[in-house]
Design a binder for this molecule. Structure first.
Ligand code: HSE
Length: 438
C-alpha cells in the first residue's frame, strides 16, 4: 500500500527527507512504499541539492495539506506561522503530521496535542529535539516508569560547534558561526541559536514529556553564548572545567506530588567539571542526560543538527505512522498515541529563580590592593554564600587584578545579594562574568 507524503519546506531538512525517500534501497522496506506527492517551497526557481519533478512543487502550502493524494503531512518549514496553522489544518483534515518544528511545539504543543487527540491522528516530533538522536520516543515511552529527577543536555548543535572550535583552536566566533551556517546547523536566524532560544524551545519540549505537562515557554530563564568571553573559557579550563550551553529541567525536591508540578527549567552557559559525562560532547553533537528513579542516569548522544541526522529522525516518524496505517488498514481510525489517549496532560509551573540553588563562577575586575579579596569574601560571607575557591589572575594593566570565585551550592537570592554588595565596593570595577557551575 503506497502512502502519499506531502512536504512543507525544502530547505536543509526537507531536502534531506526528499533524499532519503528517493533512495529506498538498503533501508526499511516501508521506505519504498512512501511516495513524495507534493512539496511546498518559497521560491520555485531556487537551485536545490535534490532533483524533484517540477509538477511536485508549489508555492501554496495549503495545497499540499489539502491534496487528497497526501496521506501524511511533513512540516519542515520552521517558524511559527504559517507552520502552526498548517499543522492544525492537517489535523483537522484527519491527516497525521510529522514535524521538526521545536518553536511551534514548545509554544503550541498543548493546543496541537488536544486537536490531534480529538481527531485521533498522530503528531510525531522526534526531529524537534536532538537532531538524529532518538530522545522523544524514549522519554515518552521507554522511561515512562520513572520518576524523572532531571533532564539536562547540550541540545543546540550550532553553539556546541562554536564553543568546541573556539576552545580547541581559538577560532574566531564569527568565522565558526559562518561555518555552522554553511554546514546547515544554524537556524535561518542564528540569533535563536546563540541567544539560547532554540535550546529553550527544546528543553520546554523535553520537560513537557518528562513531567507530563505543558511548560510555559516564555517563562524559561534563557541566556546564550553571545556574551561569553574567551577569557572565561580559558580561566574555566585552568580551574578544571569546560564551558557548555546547558539546558536543564528538574523537579523541585519534595514538591512533585499533587496536581501541579513545580519545575526549575533554564538555559545558560555552564561550567562542567571535565569528568562530567556532558563535558566531552564536542562539535555538532548533542547529548541529553536523563536522571530518573529507578533507572539512574541514561545518556543519549549523537549528531544534533544538519540535513542527514534531522531527516533520519523525520523519516523514522513517517515510518512509524506508515507502519501503523498498514497494520490497521481497514479499521475506521488509527489507534491513539497511548500517552495522548491516557489524557495525562497537566499544568507545570516554573519555580521562582530566586529560590533555586547553584554553584557559581564569578570573574571580578578589581584594583590590585591589600584587602580586596578580604572585602569580597566578607560580602559573600555576610550574604551566607560559601566560597569553594578564589583565585587571582594577572592582567595586562598595572594596578588591576582579575579575581575568579567559585562558590559552593548556594541560594540564588543570597548570591544576588552578595553580588550587589560586591558591585558597590569601591575597589571592584565590574562583575565581568557570572556563570553557573555544575
Ligand atoms: N539550529 C539547531 C541547532 C538545529 O544548531 O541545534 C537543530 O535543531
Amino acid at each position: 500500500m503506497t502512502i502519499g507524503i506531502g512536504l512543507l519546506g525544502l530547505g536543509t531538512v526537507g531536502a534531506g527527507v526528499a533524499g532519503i525517500l528517493a533512495t529506498p534501497s538498503g533501508r526499511h522496506p516501508l521506505v519504498a512504499e512512501l511516495d513524495l506527492r507534493r512539496v511546498a517551497v518559497r521560491d520555485l526557481t531556487r537551485l536545490r541539492p535534490v532533483e524533484l519533478a517540477a509538477e511536485l512543487l508549489t508555492t501554496n502550502p495549503e495545497a499540499v495539506v489539502d491534496d487528497p493524494a497526501v496521506d501524511i503531512v511533513v512540516e519542515v518549514m520552521g517558524g511559527l506561522e504559517p507552520a502552526r496553522s498548517l499543522i492544525l489544518r492537517a489535523i483537522a483534515a484527519g491527516k497525521p503530521v510529522v514535524t521538526a518544528n521545536k518553536a511551534v511545539i514548545a509554544r503550541y504543543g498543548e493546543e496541537i496535542a488536544a486537536a490531534a487527540a480529538e481527531q485521533g491522528v498522530y503528531v510525531l516530533i522526534e526531529a524537534a529535539v536532538g537532531g538524529g538522536i532518538p530522545i522523544i520516543e524514549p522519554l515518552k515511552q521507554s522511561l515512562g516508569a520513572n520518576r524523572i529527577q532531571r533532564v539536562s543536555g547540550i541540545i543546540n548543535g550550532t553553539t556546541n560547534y562554536i564553543l568546541s572550535r573556539m576552545a580547541a583552536e581559538g577560532a574566531a566566533y564569527a568565522d565558526v558561526l559562518a561555518e555552522a551556517q554553511r554546514l546547515g546547523y544554524a537556524e535561518a536566524d542564528p540569533a535563536a541559536d546563540v541567544q539560547g532560544g532554540d535550546a529553550a524551545d527544546k528543553i520546554a519540549i523535553l520537560a513537557g514529556l518528562a513531567y507530563g505537562g505543558s511548560v510555559p515557554r516564555a517563562a524559561i530563564p534563557t541566556e546564550g553564548i553571545d556574551r561569553l568571553e574567551a577569557r572565561d573559557v580559558a580561566y574555566a579550563a585552568q580551574l578544571g572545567y569546560v564551558v557548555k550551553l546547558l539546558a536543564v529541567a528538574q523537579a523541585m525536591p519534595n514538591l512533585n506530588q499533587g496536581a501541579e508540578q513545580l519545575l526549575d527549567v533554564r538555559v545558560h552557559p555552564t561550567l562542567l567539571p571535565k569528568a562530567h559525562p556532558l563535558a566531552g560532547v564536542n562539535g555538532v553533537n548533542n547529548a541529553i542526560l536523563v536522571e530518573g528513579d529507578p533507572v539512574g542516569q541514561v545518556m543519549f548522544y549523537g549528531p544534533g543538527a544538519g540535513a542527514g541526522p534531522t531527516a533520519s529522525a523525520v523519516v523514522a516518524d513517517i515510518l512509524n505512522i506508515a507502519g501503523i496505517r498498514q497494520a490497521t488498514a481497514g479499521s475506521a481510525k488509527p489507534p491513539l498515541d497511548p500517552l495522548l489517549a491516557a489524557g495525562s496532560w497537566r499544568a507545570c509551573r516554573l519555580v521562582d529563580s530566586a529560590e533555586t540553588t547553584h554553584r557559581n563562577y564569578v570573574r571580578l575586575r578589581t584594583s590590585d590592593e591589600a584587602g580586596v579579596i578580604g572585602k569580597i569574601g566578607t560580602c559573600f560571607g555576610e550574604a551566607g554564600v560559601s566560597i569553594q575557591s578564589i583565585v587571582q589572575f594577572e592582567t595586562q594593566s598595572a594596578g588591576d587584578a582579575e579575581i575568579v570565585v567559585i562558590t559552593h551550592d548556594v541560594c540564588e537570592a543570597n548570591f544576588r545579594q552578595a553580588l550587589a554588595a560586591i558591585e558597590a565596593l569601591a575597589d571592584v570595577q565590574a562583575v565581568a562574568a557570572c556563570l553557573r557551575t555544575l
